[in-house]
Design a binder for this molecule. Structure first.
Ligand SMILES: [Zn+2]
Ligand SMILES: [Zn+2]
Ligand SMILES: [Zn+2]
Length: 135
């Protein structure tokens, strides 16, 4: 699993490995409080920095939920990998029943441009009932 960090040029530390293990133990996007709960004892600033470096290096991405709650998901093929240009923009599905957030392998928007606006990021949220909750 160390290679997950190494491949992204993230220096391996025991704490970073712990955080990575937390991500691996969940199937879908997780919130900060879920990470904190799993870690047990930790230094808040170190955790903050770790998440930041994971994000900057394209290991995880942030999903901003309504109410300014943030969730984090591991980057996978769903994040389009253009050379030197990692794109996290894909559709996030929020289940209203279990409140899980799923990364969908669908680009959020086709390539588009507005003449008078500079787009920095695109976040599209789709809400509904997930497959598991439909059963
Ligand atoms: Zn990503
Ligand atoms: Zn659900
Ligand atoms: Zn995602």
């Amino acid at each position: 699993m160390e290679n997950l960090l190494k491949n992204k040029n993230i220096r391996v530390t025991p704490f970073r490995m712990d955080v990575l293990r937390v991500f691996n133990s969940f199937e879908n996007a997780i919130s900060l409080s879920q990470i904190e709960e799993k870690l047990g004892s930790f230094d808040r600033i170190t955790l903050y920095r770790t998440l930041k470096s994971f994000q900057e290096n394209g290991l995880i991405h942030e999903i901003v939920m309504p109410g300014d709650i943030k969730k984090y998901a591991m980057c996978e093929e769903k994040c389009g990998h253009k050379e030197h240009n990692h794109q996290h923009e894909h559709i996030h599905f929020h289940c209203k029943k279990c409140s899980e957030v799923y990364c969908l392998d669908i680009p959020a928007l086709p390539n588009f441009h507005f003449t008078n606006y500079t787009i920095e990021n695109v976040e599209i949220q789709v809400k509904g009932i997930c497959e598991k909750c439909q059963k």
